[in-house]
Design a protein around this ligand. Structure first.
Ligand SMILES: *[C@@H]1O[C@H](CO)[C@@H](O)[C@H](O)[C@H]1NC(C)=O
Ligand SMILES: *[C@@H]1O[C@H](CO)[C@@H](O)[C@H](O)[C@H]1NC(C)=O
Ligand SMILES: *[C@@H]1O[C@H](CO)[C@@H](O)[C@H](O)[C@H]1NC(C)=O
Ligand SMILES: *[C@@H]1O[C@H](CO)[C@@H](O)[C@H](O)[C@H]1NC(C)=O
Length: 442
């Protein structure tokens, strides 16, 4: 009878949920290549065996290292509980490359974790905060030199392709070698109470970004394409775009809300967009302290791209070291658009794509860069459409720079459809090519 009950209990239990501890299915502690390879193998097998309602737990206090290129496909209705640390082993020479199939580049490194067709999967922690650590330092290498050697051939920490209904919460994504996360063509994504941190080790007492810090290049935070995305109550400190809505090659990127974000890096970004459509995106109730850039909308090479129906609201930008507001071509190393150090060095051509219906409301910028290199005045901002497709509809309502003496101007305000650029409320200063409907005017 006892046995029957036990079997019954087991059967019932497995029908509802099975909790699997990674340490019980072969996960091992340690920090060397054989351990990392073994854990990768164990994790891939375990993910392959999980069934709906299963829960895979990385135990509290544990640290498991992994070789890169961990892959899983088609996981459905499961929860991954990370109560410890998952840390990438950082031997660059042994890191696997793509296989060249499906258009992948056989010279390119695989992503650290690459997940395909996940459906209703939650990654969470039940004991505070779980950590996924990219061990980026080796990949970043010696400042500047590391970049010259590897360029952008570095693994993203976590990529999900074509996922549906994903929740990520109570996670820290640390020191990614390259972009921290990328959700390609996602439908339904919530990221909350989570953190991104990509920093070179140093005494970061002043909590500023320096040129040295910046050399942890391309460590984007949350990059997303697709639809129905809600990212909220997150902290991001990195050396590139903090959040970026990017090109979705399978349809528009649309219907996304980002709120209560503390971000410091290259800003809250849409782009770089080439030939796709991005629409109905809101960033609100956020703060960017000691950031490089702030509000950053950018087009790269392309011609048919559209960025429209965009709202930035209730945002404070403190001590930006670069452009706090930029609506124009992407500032990047490639020379087709706009040089990264422009206007100090290089040229800046407008991008031929279309900005339409952009609203900035209740934006405060405190202490903008007093004098940009190669500029006569402060680095306030730029609104820069093209001749062929001028910006069609851009409203600044209560977009205020604190502590300006007056007389300071946006660096550039060009190619905005006559009468569709409007400044309202307390907006100061008024971009040169806008209609002044501010209260100050009266
Ligand atoms: C998602 O998966 C969880 C189990 O992880 C399950 O309880 C829940 O019902 C699923 N949601 C939907 C909408 O199927
Ligand atoms: C715009 O996106 C929000 C989510 O941020 C969504 O609730 C809303 O329905 C979308 N609007 C349209 C017209 O699709
Ligand atoms: C304006 O935004 C700030 C955050 O920067 C917020 O604290 C404040 O409440 C907002 N004001 C209004 C009127 O919404
Ligand atoms: C920059 O322009 C030069 C000359 O037009 C060209 O040869 C080079 O390939 C360009 N570089 C990039 C990264 O596009």
């Amino acid at each position: 009878m006892k046995l029957v009950l036990a079997v019954l209990a087991w059967a019932l239990n497995s029908a509802y949920s099975e909790e699997v501890l990674f340490g019980n299915v072969g996960g091992i502690a340690g920090w060397d290549l054989p351990t990392a390879e073994a854990n990768k193998e164990t994790l891939q097998q375990t993910l392959g065996l999980l069934e709906p309602n299963d829960v895979l737990v990385f135990e509290e206090g544990s640290q498991y290292c992994f070789q890169g290129g961990v892959r899983a496909t088609g996981l459905s209705d499961v929860v991954l509980v990370v109560n410890g640390v998952l840390k990438m082993y950082d031997d660059i020479d042994s890191w696997p490359l793509e296989n060249g199939k499906d258009g992948t580049d056989p010279e390119r490194v695989q992503e650290a974790f690459h997940f395909f067709d996940f459906h209703n999967v939650t990654i969470t922690s039940t004991t505070g905060q779980g950590t996924i650590d990219g061990s980026g330092l080796n990949w970043w290498g010696f400042p500047e030199i590391g970049y010259l050697v590897r360029k952008e051939n570095r693994p993203r920490l976590m990529v999900m392709d074509d996922a549906v209904d994903i929740t990520i919460e109570h996670m820290l994504f640390k020191d990614s070698a390259y972009w921290t996360t990328l959700f390609n063509n996602v439908d339904g994504l919530v990221i909350r109470h989570s953190e991104v941190s990509a920093r070179r080790p140093r005494d970061n007492k002043d909590n500023q970004h320096s040129l040295y810090d910046l050399t942890a290049y391309n460590t984007d935070g949350f990059d997303v394409t697709g639809r129905n995305v809600h990212i909220h109550d997150c902290k991001i400190w990195n050396q590139d775009d903090c959040i970026a809505v990017k090109d979705n090659i399978k349809g528009p990127s649309e219907n996304m809300l980002f709120e209560r974000i503390e971000a410091s890096g290259m800003g809250l970004v849409i782009g770089s967009i080439g030939d796709s459509i991005v629409r109905n995106i809101t960033f609100r109730d956020s703060i960017m302290k000691n950031t490089y850039k702030g509000i950053y909308l950018k087009f790269r090479d392309g011609d048919s791209g559209v960025i429209e129906d965009i709202r930035y609201e209730n945002i404070r930008i403190e001590n930006p070291s670069q452009w706090p507001i930029w609506i124009g071509p992407a500032q990047q190393a490639e020379n087709k658009t706009c040089a990264i150090a422009w206007p100090a060095f290089g040229k800046c051509e407008p991008a031929p794509q279309q900005f339409r219906d952009i609203l900035l409301k209740n934006i405060t910028v405190a202490n903008p860069p007093r004098k940009g290199l190669g500029m006569n005045g402060p680095m306030l901002g730029l609104i820069f459409g093209s001749d062929e497709k001028p910006v069609d509809g851009v409203v600044f309502e209560d977009v205020v720079f604190e502590g300006l003496k007056g007389g300071e101007e946006y660096y550039k305000c060009e190619n905005v459809v006559e009468g569709t650029g409007v400044a309202r409320g307390k907006t100061f200063p008024v971009p040169g090519c806008f209609k002044d409907e501010t209260d100050r005017k009266e």
